[in-house]
Design a protein around this ligand. Sequence first.
Ligand SMILES: Cc1cc2nc3c(=O)[nH]c(=O)nc-3n(C[C@H](O)[C@H](O)[C@H](O)COP(=O)(O)OP(=O)(O)OC[C@H]3O[C@@H](n4cnc5c(N)ncnc54)[C@H](O)[C@@H]3O)c2cc1C
Length: 494
Amino acid sequence: MATERYDVVVVGAGAAGGWAARELCERGLSVLLLEAGPQLDPQRDFPVPAAPERRLVSRLAGGLRGQPIQMRCAAFNGRTRRFFVSDRESPYTTPADRPFNWFRGRQVGGRLHVWARVAPRLSDRELEQWPLSYADLAPWYDRVEGFLGVDDMPMNPAEEQFRAAVERAFPERRVLRARVVRHDRERQPATIRAAERTGRLTLRPNTVVHTVALDSRTGKAAGVSYVDRESRKAGEAHGRVVVLCASTIETLRILLNSGFGNSAGQLGRGLMDHVLTGLGGPLTETASQPDHSADPYDFGLATGFQVPPSEDAAWGFQGAIGRGVPVWYFLAHGEMLARPENRVTLSARTTDAWGVPVAHVSCQPSPGEVAMAAEQLETMRGLAATAGLEVRTPPSGRRLDALAFRLWRRRLLSPHGAFLPGTAAHEVGGAPLGSDARTSVLNPFGQCWDAENVFVTDGAAFPAGCWQNVTLTIMALTARAADYIAGELAAGRL
Ligand SMILES: Cc1cc2nc3c(=O)[nH]c(=O)nc-3n(C[C@H](O)[C@H](O)[C@H](O)COP(=O)(O)OP(=O)(O)OC[C@H]3O[C@@H](n4cnc5c(N)ncnc54)[C@H](O)[C@@H]3O)c2cc1C
């Protein structure tokens, strides 16, 4: 059994874990970064020319080859399926009447290998129920954006026309260029590369963490227990601090499995995604041609604009018109409320390929969220009509696409027309930040009230929802927590 001791053990090498590793290493700390999946190989896993997308065939094959949930993700295709988890190896359960789509990537880099890079900030309006304000987060947004680079996506002529038509008809509406993180052609996240350059990072892929081991004498974590993905051998890793960045539901699963964090009765409760609806249709021609010099593994070129909420709404939408293909689409993201009955628990019967109890996810929209979905669709239809855009499902109009849509409709859409919860892949909540240990799981820096050297900095820490895409905020929260951890360690308080 391994017994090395590090300053900090970080679990999960995705968007959050990369930031934790970079910030902690750059502050002089030794970091062990444990990742359940493999390290990707730039040649083998990112072949050029890239495999064709062949969406329909890939989905059928994915369904048959152990990815029946992952293949429902809009980004799943012949090129990307290797970046999605095997549902067979890593299952989860739901109540029969509450389907939930959970789209995951298990490899160094996590879901950064498929994300669309759209990166808006939250504002004080969304942070109202948080124990921190925009002023607390702003320097950390600056830091993340300064390192990764954030640009406004140029709109093509059809998108400019859409903007003009909407803003003429509804002067209070704003159609903004989408705010996107700059694409990085390297296959290892920039944060992890930066951490490696310090010489203080130990990255250990293929390490499936299942428990944070609490020392009953001190009430502090001694480290984590894991199973090696390939050899199935058990191991332990020790650190002065443990930071959980395994992605919202995985982090909750690890905490639930560890048996602490629930003194307030809140652990696992308040799971959220977005109230998600979509609309699309055909165009007679493309407005901007595909850029053939673009990286075939960049999936961030598909969003042209974002429309923030109108004053009285808690939802906005993003979209594109004729980007390389003669179709347009809008995708609305609405704020879900953190309701206690939407929760993650552990399955009593099902375990994953490594013998660890899987997450049981029970999440359902409220009547208010159903009404929000209807409002999203009605408003987007109105705006499409204003701009002369024809609505058609599926947008391509191809017979095979129409057949597939009819077959898969129930796995994607609720009867009321919204996508099933989880489909936005913006799942957050379940270990809320708060300023009172009696009502939250974490303090405002992501420090667990029940174990002071355990931190959660991924989406699980969100105490409330938002309409914005969540990853930029996850990164900023992580950078802020890392700075706090370094300060507390230096002061001898951890
Ligand atoms: C198709 C798609 C497009 C998206 N586009 C956007 C977008 O445009 N904008 C946006 O803001 N968000 C987007 N997202 C969401 C975004 O990817 C996530 O919010 C973000 O990746 C979350 O970061 P994370 O570090 O918490 O999780 P991840 O990036 O998923 O990383 C978690 C890591 O932890 C590892 N892990 C899990 N369990 C364990 C364990 N037990 N032991 C060890 N390691 C473990 C995983 O293997 C993974 O590498 C998109 C998601 C998808 C699927």
